[in-house]
Design a binder for this molecule. Structure first.
Ligand code: CA
Length: 232
């Protein structure tokens, strides 16, 4: 079942859309302003975003622009004025489509179906996955990582290692398990490989690599991505 995040502050319209999208078999989550929409898109993800432009706290154009730097989640913009249409096109914000208010329900649903059909056909198969923790953010599909909004350049294995640790945060992972997950079963190396890459990774992500906040060493076992001290 596809999940749609609807960011619309007009409650009557939002309720109508929500009701009809759910009737079509979609799971719908709602946000009532731009900040909430951005946070929900980041933290919970969705298969499609329906984003109004005139929103409290943060307008839809800004939400679109910010999200586009971080993810390729499909976005349909709802516009109320012709000049907004021009801005969507002119600013190349990366919205996938737009509908102008007032629009017919049939028109919107047709566009939703078209976009979801298109993204479902994409060969990647796996869903977008954003991992977010204590100022560290990883987008597993586009293979990008950020700390406090600043993009990090991570070597391939360091990225895979970080993704694996964050997916299992709070759990101690043995060196052998990490080798298996990140390097594959047939890798002919020893567990010191993991230590070396952890050291490189810490240099990239830790404010103080010598006293790590994120990746904890678990004596006699391996490593654990810890959220204990970094969650706010
Ligand atoms: Ca609005």
């Amino acid at each position: 079942m596809s999940t749609i995040l609807l960011v619309e502050d007009e409650t009557t319209l939002a309720e109508t859309l929500c009701y009809n999208l759910e009737r079509e078999g979609y799971q719908v989550r709602q946000a009532l302003d731009g900040i909430q929409g951005l946070e929900m898109a980041r933290n919970e993800g969705a298969d499609l975003l329906i984003l109004d432009i005139m929103l409290p706290r943060l307008d839809g154009l800004s939400v679109c622009r910010i999200l586009r730097q971080e993810s390729d989640i499909p976005i349909i913009m709802l516009t109320a004025r012709q000049d907004e249409v021009d801005r969507i096109a002119g600013l190349e914000l990366g919205a996938d489509d737009y509908v102008s208010k007032p629009f017919s329900l049939g028109e919107l649903l047709a566009r939703v179906r078209a976009i979801l059909r298109r993204t479902e056909r994409q060969p990647t198969g796996d869903k977008r996955e954003i991992l977010d923790c204590g100022g560290l953010r990883v987008d597993a599909r586009s293979r990008r990582a950020w700390r406090n909004g600043v993009e990090l350049t991570l070597p391939q294995k360091a990225f895979d290692l970080l993704t694996c640790l964050m997916r299992n945060r709070g759990i101690a992972l043995s060196r052998d398990l990490l080798l298996e997950r990140v390097w594959g079963y047939d890798f002919l190396g020893d567990s010191r490989t993991v230590d070396v890459h952890i050291r490189w990774l810490r240099e990239k992500i830790e404010p103080e690599p010598a006293s790590p906040r994120y990746i904890q060493t678990v004596r006699g076992v391996g490593y654990r991505f810890d959220t204990l001290y970094v969650d706010t």
